[in-house]
Design a protein around this ligand. Sequence first.
Ligand code: FAD
Length: 292
Amino acid sequence: MKPPPFEYYAPTTVEETLTHLANHGYDAKPLAGGQSLIPMMNFRLAQPSVLVDLNNITDLSYIRPDGNGGVFIGAMTRHKKVGSDPLIAKQIPLVHEAIPNIGTPQVRTRGTFGGSLSHADPSAELVTVSVTLNGRFRVRSQKNERWIPAGEFFIGSFTSALEPEELLVEINLPCLPERSGWSLMEVARRHNDFALVGVAATVTLDKKGNCESASIVFLSVGDRPMQAHQAVGLLKGQKPTAELILAAAEKASSVDIDPGSDIHATAEFRRHLANVLTRRALDEAFNRAREN
Ligand code: FAD
């Protein structure tokens, strides 16, 4: 299938892009890596009459320190660049470990950080990881600029808080404090498929070795990244023993999420995977926190 006809603009600046988005509103869509948008257009699942190609805007591709140990990532930065960047590997290792799970090398060469977030796929690694890390996103329109916390950005299946005339321009990811650990665990039928279930976790220990804070977020179990608040409540202030980790995994998989069944997996199987993966992720995260 080929996409229906569309008008095509290839601006070289963000300002020009914002003008096109303001002029065309709901009819227009930004084109980033095209790894999701073009297949959706070919299948007629998306039918924008205007495409605003972001690929000539060199200003949107960068990785910079934010001055507080975190990073700023330009929206058009390709997955491949993020995955091989030494600053990301050192300061935001959860993202470094997430990138190889995204599709194939071809997808990672074209696909962009901002495109993945804007697409708001509840099975996407970067969507989940950015919520786990408490990231925030800089969004611009012709008239306005705002920062949206990752936890408020994903509002439904393939639906974000972006207005039609808004462009995601930059992502800010903070680094984890001292005595922190992280983990990303997922199960996919074949390597590089979208995960049946995945979980990203971060934990921070206090000086006595108790759990000071934690974040546990699932992918592929709901219409957006699903945060395991109840499980985190169990962990806080407690010594992270094997029993506590088992109890947190049980709480996360039985109370915090309500996965559905589809042709890939039943709800019951997804809960089982969520339980096992949470246990493994918390084990790894707490071990790393002790080492740090
Ligand atoms: P595009 O496809 O160009 O755009 C996606 C959507 O976001 C469009 O609606 C577009 O208008 C909008 N958009 C893009 N940029 C912006 C912006 N800056 N501001 C506002 N709106 C914007 N992803 C995973 O996470 N895990 C996987 O395992 C995985 N496997 C894949 C396997 C295959 C075979 C393919 C083709 C894709 C896979 N993907 C996977 C998706 C991939 O990560 C894409 O890169 C990503 O979903 C979209 O990024 P993109 O840059 O290609 O965006």
